[in-house]
Write a protein that binds this ligand. Structure first.
Ligand code: MRU
Length: 354
């Protein structure tokens, strides 16, 4: 199977009366099933329980969820309509705090609706549906571009480590961290990917390994605590991860464990790159200390594999993300080019036309 043949992570089916169809990522790799969401509540829960996850994908889901929230609005008063949209967007924004793509997509939906303030409710509903689909399509295009920008980093014979899943499943298609791997593979380069298992929810072993295998890319799963030793043995030449939010100074929030991988890479003089679209860069957040880190149910740690993996009454701590300081990041692979070295001015430059 080629990368482009992977089923779409998320899509809108039908017209304004339609619904959102998404892959239920909690069921992979055992079962590839889709779920249908017909109201904002089902989108909120799909995001919260990680049926749809990954920063760009949850932005797309939220934009489509906003359409589900206003499409049954029966009145004609634009002010009331816009207030219903605001209320829906606030609700969807509360599903997960760290990935900035979520609020970015919802703000974009609100702006588009406000700009159409002089037309009628029915027109604004259709405009919002078009905008949600455009956010999906633009994300797909940005991911292709990230692949094009980053592919030359991957040379024949390399070992490439990634953490969590920043592939097609986490985006409209193609992915961010995995995009350069897909392009390098399409160009016939031969390399080996190591996918960190990514405790506690195993996005690396369940999702990254699954989608790279579908694409015919050589992938090996390792437990998170094996990365250091592989690096010392010289098996890893390059690390690429995704991001949930990049602050104005280049600090990167990504899946818990990313920071540790970056420190290890630095210690072994292995280049550590972060791949992300500009929708993940948050210039309003000065540095990583201001990025909200989601804390999830400790049960995700306590019942690691569907059974007790710690004593039932033991306290467990479950932050979903961590922050890697910019100084550990060799470069940012973005849809607007490579930012290397990672500096506030380099980031501001690529954000000029965003
Ligand atoms: O908790 P998750 O699975 O949503 O975490 C996802 C990540 O950390 C990804 O690396 C990030 O969102 C980038 S996805 C292109």
């Amino acid at each position: 199977m080629k990368t482009g043949d992977l089923p779409r992570t998320i899509e809108w089916i039908g017209g304004i009366d339609g619904y959102v169809s998404l892959i239920d990522q909690t069921q992979l790799p055992e079962t590839l099933i889709r779920i249908e969401c017909r109201d904002p509540q089902s989108i909120w829960h799909a995001i919260q329980r990680l049926s749809v996850r990954g920063a760009p994908a949850i932005g797309i889901a939220a934009a489509m969820g906003a359409v589900l929230g206003i499409r049954d609005f029966a009145g004609t008063d634009i002010k009331e309509f816009l207030s219903k949209l605001d209320e829906t967007c606030d609700y969807l924004a509360s599903s997960r705090p760290t990935a900035v793509n979520l609020s970015w997509a919802l703000e974009r939906m609100k702006c588009v609706a406000k700009a159409k303030g002089n037309s009628n409710v029915s027109d604004i509903k259709n405009t919002l549906l078009e905008e949600a689909k455009r956010i999906r399509d633009e994300d797909a295009a940005m991911c292709r571009e990230i692949g094009r920008v980053g592919e030359s980093l991957i040379e024949d014979g390399m070992g490439v480590l990634t953490h969590c899943n920043a592939g097609g499943l986490a985006t409209a298609e193609y992915g961010t961290a995995l995009a350069p791997m897909y392009v390098a593979h399409e160009k016939g380069r031969s390399f080996r990917v190591f996918a960190d298992e990514t405790r506690p929810l195993l996005q690396g072993s369940r999702l990254t390994a699954w989608e790279l295998q579908q694409a015919g890319i050589d992938v090996t799963v390792i437990c998170d605590n094996m990365a250091a030793s592989l690096m010392r043995e010289g098996k890893i030449d390059l690390v690429i991860t995704g991001a949930d939010r990049i602050a104005a100074n280049g600090d990167v929030a990504n899946k818990i464990g990313t920071y540790g991988v970056a420190v290890l890479a630095k210690a072994h003089e292995i280049p550590f790159y972060v791949a992300a679209p500009r929708s993940t860069i948050d210039l309003a957040t000065q540095d990583g200390s201001a990025i909200p880190i989601e804390e999830r149910d400790p049960e995700e740690v306590r019942r690691g594999f569907g059974r007790l993996t710690a004593p039932a009454d033991i306290p467990c701590f479950c932050p979903a993300f961590d922050v890697t300081p910019a100084k550990f990041v060799r470069g940012l692979i973005t849809d607007a080019g490579l930012v290397e070295p990672v500096t506030a001015s380099g980031i501001a430059e690529i954000m000029k036309n965003a």
